[in-house]
Design a protein around this ligand. Structure first.
Ligand code: MG
Length: 395
């Protein structure tokens, strides 16, 4: 299922005050916008991100909106929220079946919440994150209570809100015809006659609107629970990760190593292109960031990754790590293969792996070894690779 994320960052956020755009203010040392966008760029269910921004930011975007390996598009915001979202929707890939919309001003939505909202929309057509009201709710007129509304019927809407493409299209068409400003897309979907499903939101998924919200956001960003979920920041010396992969060798398969096809009577057996070099490097990079492994992010049970190029998966792993503010310092790989010899192909492999990572080939090392006839690898029944990657904080 193809999913586009739209980040609504078109407003100027005057309630927080100051000269700087609200969405660029730092929280816990990172800009609010960078936190919101990276939650979706790093999310395995999201294929592309469209950000609706004030014109000044579209013209001169910060680095974190430019240097991404997942597709990202920047569009100008409109006069009203629904106009900004409509601009972003027009820029989304026509093949996207579900569109998930999120306020840039909510930097703390968890990956689980994003996944739950997308899944609910895929099933029911429209879904939004919402939390039950903890306070008693009064309806009032002229500062006098008219009635007390039963609290259990009250839910406070958050984002993400997600929609099947056709549902969002009809909701935005209604929004374009109306004179008023809708405060969220779910309201337009409701008025267009669609059923909107509630998904359990999160108390920490706050919207930063006032200076007081900024103080609360700082506390959330620095809370032990949130810091524990984040990989610890590497020291200046960086962090190392290791990766290992092995595939059987069979006749009738190409032998692809580091994205390069090596002439060989036998190739590696596997669901994908069975590229042990890319698989080991991908695991080493994810491992150095404490972000799991290739199987967690790109499960071979998911048809999206069937037949995927392993160089592409490596690029996506680098993007996942980059969303955490990390970059790859260098990579060293040992390929264990009885025959053929790989030395004539090493430079092409280094260049391809370096290109996938987005760095200079001088920082990618690939070496070949045999197993001296010992064990299954030595008998030529399998090929294996070991990799070490060093990662470090981006400047
Ligand atoms: Mg493998």
């Amino acid at each position: 299922m193809q999913v586009t994320a739209i980040i609504a960052a078109g407003g100027r956020g005057q309630r927080v005050g100051g000269e700087q755009l609200k969405q660029l203010l730092p929280v816990g040392g990172r800009p609010i916008l960078e936190r919101s966008v990276s939650a979706f760029l790093a999310h395995p269910a999201v294929h592309e991100v469209v950000v609706a921004l004030p014109a000044s930011l579209v013209e001169n975007p910060p680095d974190y909106l430019r240097q991404t390996t997942k597709p990202i598009r920047l569009v100008g915001g409109g006069a009203r929220r629904q106009d900004s979202v409509a601009n972003a929707f027009r820029a989304s890939a026509a093949s996207s079946e579900v569109i998930v919309i999120h306020d840039a001003a909510r930097p703390f939505a968890s990956a689980d919440l994003i996944a739950r909202t997308i899944a609910a929309a895929a099933e029911s057509g429209a879904a939004l994150a919402a939390v039950a009201s903890r306070d008693t709710v009064k309806r009032a007129s002229d500062h006098t209570v008219v009635e007390t509304i039963p609290r259990e019927t009250i839910f406070l809407a958050q984002t993400p809100q997600a929609f099947r493409r056709d549902v969002l299209q009809s909701a935005l068409a209604l929004g374009a015809r109306e004179n008023s400003e809708a405060t969220d897309e779910a309201a337009l979907a409701e008025r267009a006659g669609h059923r909107v499903q509630l998904v359990d939101g999160e108390a920490t998924n706050i919207k930063i609107t006032t200076p007081e919200d900024l103080m609360i956001a700082e506390a959330i960003a620095r809370s032990p629970e949130r810091l524990a979920r984040q990989p610890p920041k590497p020291a200046r010396t960086g962090r190392a990760g290791t990766g290992y992969d092995l595939h059987r060798l069979v006749e009738g398969r190409p032998l692809i190593l580091g994205g390069v096809t090596i002439p060989s009577p036998r190739g590696a057996l596997g669901h994908s292109d069975a590229d042990v070099v890319c698989h080991a490097v991908t695991d080493a990079i994810l491992g150095a960031a404490c972000l799991g492994d290739i199987g967690r992010h790109f499960p071979d049970s998911d048809p999206r990754w069937k037949g995927a190029s392993s160089l592409d998966l490596l690029s996506r792993a680098v993007a996942i790590v980059a969303a955490e503010g990390l970059e790859v310092g260098n990579v060293d790989v040992t390929v264990i293969l009885e025959s053929p010899k790989i030395k004539d192909h090493v430079d092409a492999m280094r260049a391809a792996v370096a290109r996938a990572i987005g760095m200079d080939a001088a920082r990618v090392s690939i070496k070949g070894k045999t197993n001296e006839g010992v064990d299954a690898v030595g008998r030529g029944e399998a090929i294996a690779a070991h990799a070490v990657a060093l990662i470090r904080m981006k400047n």
